[in-house]
Design a protein around this ligand. Sequence first.
Ligand code: C5P
Length: 222
Amino acid sequence: MPCRIAIDGPAGSGKTTVAKILADKLGIYYLDTGAMYRIIGLYLDKKGVENDSDIERELSTIKLEFINGDFYINGKRVGDEIRTPYAGICASKYAKKAIVREFLTRIQQKISKNENIVVEGRDIGTVVIPDAEVKIFLVASAEERAKRRYKELLEKGVKVSYEEVLNEIILRDKQDTEREIAPLRQPDDAILIDSTKYTIEEVINKILEVVLEKCKLKLQKE
Ligand code: C5P
């Protein structure tokens, strides 16, 4: 039986950091589905397409590949250009479209099928892998999430203000929870963790405890 660990939660809840470390400690794959929405969102925004038939036409020309932990769009490796607040807003805008979600969900299911993998996103435990062996829902206050994201962006050399980051988080929360298709919500059988109350290490240890109990996996790194 594979061990598929679904980690969902709002922007900046610490999902990415937690998912990456977890996958590393367990020696298994890590898939960042938000990156996929960012890549497609930026691409479609650049093309300036709005209606479904134009989006469908563009999607049919896209080859999105996941090789050794990196994404490639039509053969070109994707870098930090998808990490800006603007890319987040484009991701969230096009993530509302059923056609975009179907396109990416199909690729995500193909990548995670029968794998030991940590998959991070908004609808992993509800839509992409509803039968995941472990489901986690990670939350934190909007201010705490904005603070973390702001620090992360500054360290990467991306020029933004704290207010810009906070506003972007509030806007994305609204779009992600209120959209009709696959909205962000806690799966019924997920374990809820509020990361405002714990350090990253404590969050990881909590998840590891569940994973090691449910899956036949061994820690590869302490
Ligand atoms: O996780 P990240 O902040 O990079 O995600 C960017 C955006 O992509 C989210 O705000 C959300 O709108 C969308 N997304 C989604 N479903 C996922 C992952 C991300 O709708 N599974």
